[in-house]
Design a protein around this ligand. Structure first.
Ligand code: PGA
Length: 254
């Protein structure tokens, strides 16, 4: 596979500070050495581990990402972390609108549009997550749900100058996240064709990378990676087991 390919590891809050730093110290130089030029890897630990992991990755080609950021630029917002600080810590990417943030912390499409702008102002590439619930999927409302989540964000971006670093959209069906149930290649083919058309209609000049996430494993990664419009993967569980992670990187690099 010769296309440029991006693999994002979302460690969620699955590792403590010590565990995240140890995991990175033990393994990631080895991964860096085996990475072909056309494959990029972004590691997204939780906030507290960004600084030490950024230091460990500094001499590698691996990139650093955060898992969310504040809507606000700066100010009296207890517990929040602003995009400017993420940039200062060396983050080149940031996941936003993950379904766990939408369902557990009430993030709306408007919040996600604001966070996208905050990140782009700081030169960080937003990884905008969208995905339908099981109920929406079963009722045939997938496209409707994805449109509702994505269109307001893209329209807001269209009102601003084109960001040079571009954006990333990660399609993650909620019913596939952490469930062991992955979407089939033929289903994904339809969704990614639709996604490609939507963003190129609203943001024709903005570079955009499309990722798939949701229970990707060593058995499914290669077939998903071969889908025409899929340009990368967002891995949760599989990124926490180094051997599995490395195998997936190697499978999609071929
Ligand atoms: P999963 O998580 O690979 O464990 O399903 C993906 C995600 O939530 O980003």
């Amino acid at each position: 596979m010769n296309k440029q390919f991006l693999i994002v590891a979302n460690w969620k809050m699955q590792l403590s500070y010590n565990q995240a730093v140890e995991f990175c110290t033990q393994h990631f130089q080895e991964l860096d050495r085996s990475l072909p030029d056309h494959v990029s890897v972004v590691l997204c630990p939780s906030f507290e581990a960004l600084y030490p992991i950024g230091q460990l990755l500094a001499k590698t080609s691996l990139k650093l990402g955060a898992q969310t950021c504040s809507n606000y630029k700066m100010g009296a917002y207890t517990g929040e972390v602003c995009a400017e600080s993420l940039a200062q810590l060396g983050c080149t990417h940031c996941i936003i609108g993950h379904s766990e943030r939408r369902s557990n912390f009430g993030e709306t499409s408007n919040d996600i549009a604001i966070k996208t702008t905050r990140l782009l102002e700081q030169g960080i590439r937003p990884i905008i997550c969208i995905g339908e619930t099981l109920k929406e999927h079963q009722q045939g409302l997938t496209i409707h749900a994805l449109h509702d989540q994505l269109e307001p964000v893209l329209q807001k971006l269209a009102a601003h100058p084109t960001p040079a670093q571009g954006i990333i959209i990660a399609y993650e069906p909620v019913w596939a996240i952490g469930t062991g149930q992955s979407a089939t290649p033929s289903y994904l083919n339809k969704i990614f064709t639709w996604l490609d058309q939507l963003y190129s209609t609203i943001l024709p000049m903005t570079p955009c990378t499309l990722l798939y996430g949701g229970s990707v494993n060593e058995q499914t990664a290669a077939d998903i990676a071969r889908i025409d419009k899929v340009q990368g993967l967002l891995l949760g569980g599989a990124s926490l087991d180094f051997q599995k992670f490395k195998n997936i990187v190697s499978l999609v690099s071929k």
